[in-house]
Ligand binder design. Structure first.
Ligand SMILES: *Cc1c(COP(=O)(O)O)cnc(C)c1O
Length: 357
């Protein structure tokens, strides 16, 4: 049976070597040696500025909103994982959905200004499938209206835009290091920020608000990454270049062997060095998608309808009728993409899809 993804497991000896260091240090969390080493190595590998590793990829979004969004209206995309919207609502802000671009699949920047009100504080947009939003246009709008920008960059490990890490854009970019993501620490994630002031605002919030053992800067929560998570990160990181190369090969195979006469691919933004994180295909209709899904399932292949449904359909939000996102969400599916997928499996996937039409 194959699924949309398969977690990369580094050789167990390498993980054991890292875990041994934890035992030697007798230190499990709070500014540990492995945590510090991973932070340094990630910033260096990615070409990012400042990182705060955390327990998952959702808390950095909540903490960033807590620091920047002031319980106001947050302009966001309906085409993302549920965590993007739930974080907004969890932080007592109001999500205001703006429809997506039909090809890039990220928020349609030309529709943002019409959604701005006196209560708008923040834009929280997702670089869907690692494909950057129109960062330049969003930056201009944010400047004009004095808004904060947070990017849900959960899919963006290793993505560069205009020659630098995509994490170097926005006031905060958040990433997920979940087991299903490109780089992982089992569960895990991070906030990336551009300046010391924002770093401080997010750092104390992710550590109970502490300013030393007896004093507090303000309200906080616990989102600290532990040494056990850092051990996995240090074991996976050396493989990232190879992982990305292997995934590119799978994508190239699909590009060459799938008949795209009635299917559409994601359109990558110009000036992007992509990370091959997902292989979404868009069908002409939901019926076509369901037919393809059933045919693949019959061969024990389980692609994922990602993202479905459109987040406007969540029971705890007010809808703004983003018809493009609603339509895409019904017709998009991510094909299996992972290191170690066999030629036979890739063949079966392409053949099955090609037989549908
Ligand atoms: C995975 C994901 C998240 C959540 O990350 P976790 O590490 O699972 O908390 C948020 N946004 C998007 C777009 C994601 O794909």
């Amino acid at each position: 049976m194959i699924h949309v993804t398969k977690t990369f497991f580094p050789p167990i000896q390498e993980y054991q070597k890292q875990v041994q260091r934890i035992w030697d240090n007798q230190w499990l969390t709070n500014n540990g040696e492995l945590y510090n080493e991973l932070s340094k190595k990630l910033v260096h590998y990615l070409g990012a500025k400042h990182i705060i590793p955390m327990t998952n990829g959702t808390l950095p979004m909540q903490i960033a909103l807590n620091a920047l969004a002031e319980e106001g209206e947050v302009i966001t995309t309906p085409f993302s994982y549920v965590a993007t919207t739930s974080s907004i609502v969890w932080e007592k802000c109001m999500p205001v959905f703006v429809d997506i671009h039909p090809e890039y699949l990220s928020i349609d920047e030309t529709k943002i200004e019409a959604a701005i009100t006196s209560k708008t504080t923040t834009i929280l947009a997702t670089h869907v499938f690692g494909n950057p939003c129109n960062i330049d246009a969003i930056e201009k709008i944010a400047e004009k209206y004095s808004l904060k920008v947070i990017y849900d960059a959960a899919h963006c490990f290793g993505v560069n835009y205009n020659g630098q890490s995509v994490f170097n854009y926005g006031h905060v970019s958040t990433c997920s290091f979940h087991a299903t993501k490109l780089f992982h620490t089992g569960e895990g994630g991070a906030a990336f920020v551009q300046d010391e002031e924002t770093l401080h605002e997010l750092f104390y919030r992710h550590n109970f608000g502490h300013n030393g053992p007896m004093e507090y800067y303000g309200l906080g929560i616990n989102a600290k990454m532990s040494e056990l998570q850092a051990a996995m990160g240090l074991s996976v990181l050396p493989y990232m270049d190879k992982i990305i190369v292997e995934r590119k090969k799978v994508c190239d195979y699909y590009d060459a062997h799938i008949d795209f006469s009635t299917l559409r691919k994601l359109k990558l933004r110009e000036n992007t060095e992509w990370n091959y994180s997902y292989y979404p295909v868009i069908f002409e209709s939901e019926e076509d998608l369901l037919e393809a899904e059933a045919a693949l399932n019959e061969k024990n292949i389980f692609p994922r309808r990602y993202f479905y449904p459109s987040l406007e359909e969540l029971p705890y939000v007010k809808t703004n009728n983003c018809s493009i996102a609603a339509s895409i969400a019904k017709r998009i599916m991510c094909l299996p993409l992972f290191v170690g997928i066999t030629p036979n499996q890739k063949d079966r996937i392409a053949e099955t899809l090609n037989k549908i039409k």
